[in-house]
Design a protein around this ligand. Structure first.
Ligand SMILES: [Zn+2]
Length: 510
């Protein structure tokens, strides 16, 4: 090991953490590349009206502890009964991710103590999950990549702890059991993910599927879609996995990606220092942008799982599964293929346009009003998504409606506005939510098609630059672009470019 060269790749930061500048280190003169191995566990809250084992309401944001009963608060003698709708939703997800639906699955007790868990155990599934062996496809450098779904199982959510925030309540903690017993599905991916970006793509795809199915809102900030990540690193080419850490507390896609990036660098730095990565649970600290050790990782046997004696095995008839299969709506991959076929747009475009249900709806509405699919796609993937990303907004919060975008594209096509002005109009529509027609009128941005006016501007441009005009006539043709620019300056970018070209050629020669 050449220590000097090895060390030069990273440094000690103020937090005492090694920061690595790239993924390589030098060993006996060879570059060794590390590879991260990532698996994700997603908890998604199912949109049923009542809880998973009782009739209590699941409505969010009500007064604390008003939506509870003896079952979900674990009173002696009460008995759980499984919610058929929750099972149906879980089967929908299983089918949508190409899983095998198990004809017989089993609820089990996962035993642990926490103040938000009144029964002292959580009802989950262990050896016999509802669905297994599926996959979700993501696009990786233009190719499709399958991320395997090991299992999908059903479980109940826990309550919520609230710690006193005012000086008077600072020494108190409160518990709200309204969320206790809200149905969840846990989706466990295989260790197939190889970068933080892939992790983000997989999560977005999975959320899109849940939203297309209308079984989960997919809101990470509100906690209806939560993600834990198992991450380890190994030298590229090595078969066996490294020791993994579990990351928690990431409540946006960006945080998942950032936490993984940080953790990968941290683990590589440890290995390079000859240290061992410890198996543990780590919390993502948003403020500091680092992961912090929370506790040693517990193993499944620590929970003393056993079949819940209050619940019979969950038997799912094949007939019912087939009925559910037939009722499935068009899903992201199906819609993507249809967009490619129907609108003749590249798969890349179609992938992005179907990445959220609302995005596909927006696109199709816009194309219906302005039937040039590729133009619409270009504007959505360019201007529209750039603005939304900048503001961290979703498409259904976009101030520009499909009607307004279509109207603007029509104005551009008819020559009322130039392509250059169209970008300004779009920005203004996004800022104000106004109709493009009104913006163009108020700002005086109508394109100049009047040949007289354009000729006037050309004459001015030539008059102001006699030397360049003469050089052009002598054969310096590159100067043509210069004159186009001058004319555009004169007309504040409103002159029709085609007319400018035609007339300018004539005038410069004459
Ligand atoms: Zn209840």
């Amino acid at each position: 090991m050449d220590w000097f060269e090895g060390r030069s790749l990273y440094q000690l930061t103020s937090q005492g953490v090694y920061y690595i500048f790239n993924r390589y280190f030098v060993e006996r003169g060879n570059l060794v590349e590390y590879e991260p191995v990532i698996g994700l566990e997603v908890h998604a809250q199912l949109l049923t009206r009542s809880k998973i084992f009782c009739g209590c309401s699941t409505v969010f944001g009500e007064e604390p502890n008003t939506q509870t009963c003896p079952v979900c608060t674990g009173q002696p003698g009460s008995l759980p009964v499984v919610n058929r709708k929750a099972v149906e939703f879980a089967i929908k997800l299983g089918l949508a991710t190409s899983c095998r639906i198990s004809p017989s699955s089993l609820f089990a007790r996962k035993n642990y103590f926490y103040p938000d868990l009144p029964k002292g155990y959580q009802i989950s599934m262990y050896e016999y999950p509802l669905a297994e062996h599926g996959f979700v496809e993501i696009m990786l450098e233009g190719q499709r990549k399958r991320i395997h779904i090991i299992r999908i199982h059903m479980e109940e959510d826990a309550g919520k702890l609230k710690h006193g925030e005012t000086p008077e309540t600072a020494s108190f903690s409160y518990v709200d059991f309204n969320r206790t017993g809200v149905p969840l599905v846990e989706i466990v991916s295989g260790p197939d993910i190889r970068s933080p970006q892939e992790a983000g793509d997989y999560l977005r795809k999975l959320r899109a599927i849940l939203q297309y199915l209308e079984i989960c809102t997919g809101d990470m900030e509100k906690g209806t879609f939560r993600c834990d990540a198992n991450v380890s690193v190994r030298p590229k080419g090595q078969m066996e996995f490294g020791t993994r850490a579990e990351l928690k507390n990431m409540n946006s896609f960006r945080h998942v990606e950032k936490a993984l990036e940080y953790e990968i660098k941290r683990q590589i730095a440890m290995l390079e220092d000859g240290e061992k990565v410890v198996q543990e649970t780590r919390l993502w600290d948003v403020a500091q942008g680092i992961t912090i050790s929370m506790r040693g990782k517990e193993e499944a046997h620590d929970y003393r799982y056993f079949p819940d004696p209050d619940l019979v095995p969950l038997r799912v008839e094949e007939k019912w599964v087939e009925e559910i299969r037939k009722s499935l709506p068009e899903l992201p991959d199906g819609k993507k293929e249809r967009f490619v076929r129907q609108y003749q747009i590249p798969e890349y475009d179609a992938d992005i346009l179907t990445s959220a249900k609302a995005m596909g709806v927006y696109y199709e509405e816009c194309v219906r009003l302005f039937p040039e699919p590729k133009t619409v796609s270009n504007w959505m993937m360019g201007e529209l998504l750039r603005e939304l990303k900048h503001d961290e907004r979703e498409i259904d919060q976009c101030p520009v409606t499909p009607q307004h975008l279509a109207e603007m594209l029509s104005m551009m096509k008819e020559g009322t506005i130039s392509g250059k002005i169209a970008k300004d109009v779009f920005e203004e529509m996004y800022r104000t939510g106004e109709r493009p027609e009104r913006i163009v009128r108020d700002k005086g941005w109508v394109q100049i098609l009047d040949e007289g006016k354009i000729e006037e501007a050309i004459e001015k441009a030539i008059e102001a630059n006699p030397k360049q005009a003469e050089d052009y006539r002598k054969g310096k043709e590159k100067l043509f672009g210069f004159f186009v620019g001058e004319v555009m300056k004169q007309t504040k970018g409103k002159a029709n470019p085609k007319l400018v070209n035609e007339l300018l050629k004539k005038k410069l020669k004459g």
